[in-house]
Design a protein around this ligand. Sequence first.
Ligand SMILES: [Zn+2]
Length: 137
Amino acid sequence: MPERLYKPICKDLIEHEKKCHFCAKNMTSLKAYKLKHKETGEIVCAGPSCTEKNIDQGIKLSAIPDLTKYTQPLGGNGGGGGGGNSEKPIIRAEEDKRKAIEYLELREKKFEKYHSVSYSVLKNYYNKSQNEELNES
Ligand SMILES: [Zn+2]
C-alpha cells in the first residue's frame, strides 16, 4: 500500500468558487478540504472524493476537523453574533427605551398638571354649589 502524498488539515469554507486541485472540478458548495503536501508543504484545496484518494488510507473524512460547522451559523443569520454588528441594535434599543421613558414622563407631567387644574376647578365649583345650597336652606 503506497503512502499518499497529502495529509488533511481541515474542512473549511472557501471565499469563492475554486477548482479542486486534483480533478479541476469547481467546488460549488464553497466548502473544501485543505490538504498539505507532505514533502513540499504546499496547501491545496480539494473536494471530498479527491481528498479521500490523496490522503492516507484509513483516515476518514469525518475525522478531519470541520471548521464549516463553526462558520456556518454566523453566515446564516447575517452575522448577528459578530462584535461590530451587534452594537447597533443595542444602541437602538437603548435609545428607544430612553425615548419611551421620556414620553411616559412627559405624559405623566401633562396629566398631573391637567389633573390638578381640573381638580381645583371642580373643587371650587363643588364648594360654591354647596355654599349656595347652604345659603338657600
Ligand atoms: Zn476533485
